[in-house]
Design a protein around this ligand. Structure first.
Ligand SMILES: Nc1ncnc2c1ncn2[C@@H]1O[C@H](COP(=O)(O)OP(=O)(O)OP(=O)(O)O)[C@@H](O)[C@H]1O
Ligand SMILES: [Mg+2]
Length: 336
């Protein structure tokens, strides 16, 4: 990857439109653990390992993976909070760790698990602080604040101390705080965590608007695959610090041999039904049982056989959902 031209104002020869560039990036943590009296063990955790990807301007990319995969570590490196142990990072042509403050004016970050708002102060005070901190021109600040207040429905909340806000209200407040300085890039680390269905829908709708109307580049980390399904056409899957998949969401369905699910409603609670392999019962809840079977196989013989042997009230077939496909990818990797 080549450097951008400096001084002349022209950009020479970069990857077309690559706005976020991650090139063989590593992050190794030194962890010291007490193993006994005066005894400590030093261990290294490779949280991110030879990670490479680029994100184009205006793209909204999902970034998913199991707990401890390295998602938050990646985002922290992209904001400059953490310095990579190796490799090369650029966001809007800026090296985040070296020019964190300059980059801060171009990016917004929301960490769903930790608020950036002032806990004891009314919401509006956090925004006023951001106004000054980012030196946003007054008229611009007004305009952006008004728009965010409207879109995120914050009007009635501005004078409420943050600690009194519900989780969903607080999250909307956090998202507005991250966008007041009109950043070109937004990192969202679990923006819907812990939210109820209505709040989730609201946040998603807002993000959709941001993507469609502002062309903001968004990297979205989440454990809720519906976030991805509804917002991102591209998804990156990370596990053990390594990129396992990068492509369209639809491709995840084909990754690995997918399974379909047959949902049986029995007349009464019964032990798991006896299904011909590879079909198998994966879940039992009262009189309802879930069976997984290969997506390539027809459901008809399986249904016929079960109907002959068990008191069925109802049944339905579900197509593979990405949650199941991803769980499978993880399983396969763990057992490889
Ligand atoms: N400051 C740190 N010091 C030591 N180890 C760390 C530190 N931060 C993260 N790690 C380790 O690095 C690995 C990746 O952590 P990270 O927080 O990036 O995962 P994640 O994908 O965000 O997980 P989650 O889904 O749980 O949020 C984990 O093994 C974690 O324990
Ligand atoms: Mg995390």
């Amino acid at each position: 990857m080549t450097e951008t031209g400096t001084g002349s104002g022209t950009v020479t020869d970069t990857v077309a439109d690559a706005f976020i560039e991650v090139d063989r990036v590593e992050k190794v943590f030194d962890v010291r653990r007490r193993t006994g009296f005066l005894k400590r063990e030093r261990r290294q955790v490779r949280a991110v390992d030879a990670l490479s990807f680029t994100v184009a301007r205006g793209e909204m990319v999902g970034y998913i993976g199991p707990n401890g995969a390295g998602k938050s570590t990646t985002i922290k490196m992209l904001t400059g909070i953490l310095t990579p142990s190796g490799g090369r990072l650029r966001v809007a042509g800026i090296d985040p760790a070296r020019e964190r403050t300059r980059l801060a004016h171009r990016i917004g970050v929301v960490f769903g698990q930790r608020t950036t708002l002032w806990w004891d102060l009314p919401l509006i005070d956090s925004y006023r602080l951001a106004h000054r901190m980012y030196r946003i021109p007054d008229a611009r600040y007004r305009e952006i604040l008004d728009r965010l207040v409207e879109l995120l429905d914050l009007g009635a909340l501005l004078d409420v101390p943050v600690r009194q806000l519900s989780l969903g209200q607080r999250m909307r407040g956090d998202i507005a705080a991250a966008l007041l300085h009109d950043p070109e890039v937004l990192y969202l680390d679990e923006p819907t965590i812990g939210l109820d269905v209505v709040s989730k829908a609201r946040v998603r709708e807002f993000l959709r608007g941001l993507r469609d109307e502002r062309g903001t580049t968004v990297l979205l980390t989440t454990h809720d695959l519906q976030d991805i399904e509804q917002l991102c056409s591209r998804v990156m899957v990370i596990d053990h610090g390594r990129l396992m998949y990068d492509g369209p969401l639809a491709g995840l369905h084909e990754a690995g041999e997918s399974e379909r699910t047959l949902v049986l409603d029995l007349e009464r609670e019964l032990p798991p039904v006896d299904a011909p392999p590879p079909a198998r019962v994966v879940r039992v809840e009262g009189p309802r049982q879930w069976l997984a079977f290969p997506a390539s196989a027809s459901a008809a013989p399986l249904v016929a056989r079960l109907a002959a042997e068990y008191p069925l009230v109802d049944l339905s077939v579900r197509e593979p959902d990405i949650e199941a496909v991803i769980a499978r990818m993880y399983e396969e990797r763990a057992s490889a």
